[in-house]
Design a protein around this ligand. Structure first.
Ligand code: AMP
Ligand code: ZN
Length: 115
């Protein structure tokens, strides 16, 4: 999608620190980390928000969680745990309108919500 910052990352139009990539998914470090490990996992398909997930996307969304597990195992933070967050819409503060899964790890995540 033109003018989408995450599509530009996928297309290498802007730089990012990529930690995982395959034909369906890409994961990169968040530019403004909220924890020692803060990775954004996104589908290459431009889906704006959680509300835009269609039935045909359900396997893609499940696949994203498999990839999150794979990254957690590879980086070793599966052992101590991690948190996955997806913001949706105005009240959540969703800034980028390309669905993304924040993966936070590397410290005790005290609050139940990351502000
Ligand atoms: P959200 O508020 O849920 O939409 O989260 C958007 C996230 O994208 C924020 O945590 C930003 O720090 C992150 N972000 C924005 N631009 C970039 C970028 N160019 N590279 C990596 N992360 C980014
Ligand atoms: Zn996009």
């Amino acid at each position: 999608m033109k003018n989408c910052i995450f599509c530009k990352i996928i297309n290498r139009e802007i730089p990012s620190n990529i930690v995982y990539e395959d034909e369906k998914v890409i994961a990169f470090n968040d530019i403004n980390p909220a924890a020692p490990i803060h990775i954004l996992v996104i589908p290459k398909k431009h889906i704006e928000t959680l509300l835009d997930i269609s039935e045909e996307d359900s396997s893609l969304i499940a696949y994203i969680y498999q990839i999150i597990n794979k990254i957690a195992e590879e980086k070793g933070f599966d052992k101590k745990g991690f948190r996955v967050i997806t913001n949706c819409g105005e009240d959540s503060g969703q800034e980028v309108k390309h669905i993304h899964f924040h993966v936070l790890a590397g410290k005790k995540l005290g609050d139940k919500i990351v502000g």
